[in-house]
Design a protein around this ligand. Sequence first.
Ligand code: ADP
Ligand code: MG
Length: 796
Amino acid sequence: MKHSIQQIINQSRLNKLSKRLNQVNSWHESCRALSDDALQAKTHEFRERLAQGESLMNLLPEAYAVAREASWRVLGMYPKEVQVLGAIVMAEGNMPEMQTGEGKTLTATMPLYLYGLTSKGAYLITTNDYLAARDCEEMTPLFKWLGLTISLGFVDEPDYEYKPGEKKAIYAHDIIYTTNGRLGFDYLIDHLADGQEGKFLPDLYFGIIDEVDSIILDAAQTPLVISGAPRVQSNLFGITKTFVETLEEDTHFELNAKEKAVWLTPEGIAAANAYFGVENIYDAVTFDLVRNINLALRARYLFESNLDYFIFNGEVVLIDRVTGRMLPGTKLQSGLHQAIEAKEGIDISKDMSAMASITFQNLFHQFTLFAGMSGTSKLGEKEFFDLYGKIVVQIPTDKPIERIDYSDRVFKDIASKNAAIIDRVCELYDKKRPVLLITRTAELAEYFSMQFFDRDIPNNLLIAQNVAKEAQMIAEAGQLGAVTVATSMAGRGTDIKLAEGVKELGGLAVIVSEHMENSRVDRQLRGRAGRQGDPGSSQIYISLEDYVVQRWGKSKLLDSTQLERISEQGLDESRLFQQRVKHIVTRAQRVSEEQGIAMREMANEYEKSLSAQREIIYEERDRVLNQWDIDKMALRQLATEVFHQAYRKQSLNDEENLRNYIYQQISFQYTGQLEEIDLNREQAVVAHLVSLFEQQLDAQQQVIGDSYMFMRFVQKAILKAIDSNWIQQVDHLQQLRGSINNRQNGQRNAIFEYHRVALASFESMRDVIKAHIIHNLCQSVATFDKQGDLVIHFPN
Ligand code: ADP
Ligand code: MG
């Protein structure tokens, strides 16, 4: 059986780990015997030993024992053996699965301490600002006591404006607590700096990702994007929408809903050519047309109103597929949002160009080593392994789990299901047993909350407004008689402690009003009850009208003649009916999960070109930023290469062309004679241009004077050329993805085609960058402001 093989593998992994655990334990007594001073002095000793070449893995047992003892003395918590096991797994860059309430925050301090000893930066990355700030605050006394520096990776104020140097100071700590979003944006911003003084982020060394499955799997489909200027707006949204409405499935286009793909058939292409009166829509000049047709197709056939988005106040508001939460302010990229607006006949909003973008997968690849922890990582193990080569080790709970997971209650429609939920909550409330009722959408949570108030049941409503307030409210969910209604994400990361007398009543009762799209999320929700061996229960309710069934279930359940014979009232009681529904839900979840995996694979495929190119560009930028020797810049060589290219491509064997080229690229004031040069000799022309270039550069140096400032000038001129082109390239790749997506025969070829075009455009961009560097060096105007800082006016 598959199940038991997995258990055997896990057990053998645990056996191996227990040897390490014994080593950690063996240091317990000697650490306990140390005075505070002596224990604190260990940090210094470890650092010395590291400096002398001892490895971190060698230090691990003693370092963990020291961190453990310190945490006992400073925080009053002694990390349990299961926590040490989890900590060992993470030191190896893998992922322990540890249930909610087992103390992952404290577990993480051990690997953070170990890697923090190197002072290269050890990060704890979590999902939101509140959790990062909370955990940072709680663990700060421990790290400080141990002599490590620690900081929160951001200033926790809305729209805070960072002062120069402030971010650099924030990141210059041994340990940093932050969020994936904050770190991702900082990574992108750091690589837009045009001078060493603007850089603040060190190379990413070691990271631990809390709730790793939700960060890497649930949140990873949309890349982080820094938006620049609004893009020139296409006016094709309306007409392509109308065109697409004339098409028929299978004749003009094919649809693969599972892969979220739709593409034109040859008949469809012919129809488009005729409709728009062009020879071939795939010609380069009609790039924008193809892109818009594809957008219109996707908007029409892959996005459903009320399932993927709502129309709210005349705007398209996206819905988070996993949580059902509305995502106001979030927009689909590259014109897709606008295509949906066109489809719905509402005002078309501005589409921002992308300046820089990265997926979370790639962000974490930047770390030398990273680990993750979660209560539900096992279900994502295959993906973690495929993406990062990481294994998941299930760590046993410290105390046996007492929670009872009841089997689902099944109903035909939502109304009868909701009525049953309300009855059940009333029953529990009468006994004063605390209840946590979890819904998929905020609307439904509000509905239940109102219903309870109508029945004089006081209750707390948590619908993802303010995380800090939610955390406080959820912490109270274990009080006698507490009724808490929450959406699935609300208050996560905060554990629910039971008040006195609640254990006797059976602990917290979790009721989930419908299955989520993903069985991992179901498991997370059940895990809200029964922490640290507490009693508790969980139960999920389902009906045939539920989202997940509507969205993903395809079977025609009620067609069964057997079921038709059962009366309306008897249906809920029928075993056959219950089994059928459960089967449908399980299948629907599986379809949805598979689709999630497929989409992430696809996103990764597309990201490959971008990330390979980004790496080259970022490396090049770093090289320029760190180069202070003008000779090593090899500018003369670069100019020679650029002029050779120009000679061939811009016919510089013609006197007028050559003169114009010199005016535009090298010097506005050129008065030289070209008669003496044999224009048909490429070498001669290039040599002349190179000497002009060097004169011009000398003149720049004269104006600037100071040789340090001159180097800054050269750096900025080069970076400007790289950045302005790279920013365009990032945006181009985004657009390209939208246009090439589904070109002809579905996804596989589309990706191949995408990589081909992406590479070609990258190659030509590199030539353009070189030419721009020479142009910037020659024709920028350098001045100084009142503070004496260099100000450069670049040629357009
Ligand atoms: P998780 O993230 O695994 O759900 P938390 O890190 O939020 O769990 O910890 C849950 C609770 O357990 C916290 O109140 C924490 O202070 C407490 N805790 C963790 N480890 C220990 C320990 N070794 N001894 C005592 N309390 C602990
Ligand atoms: Mg936690």
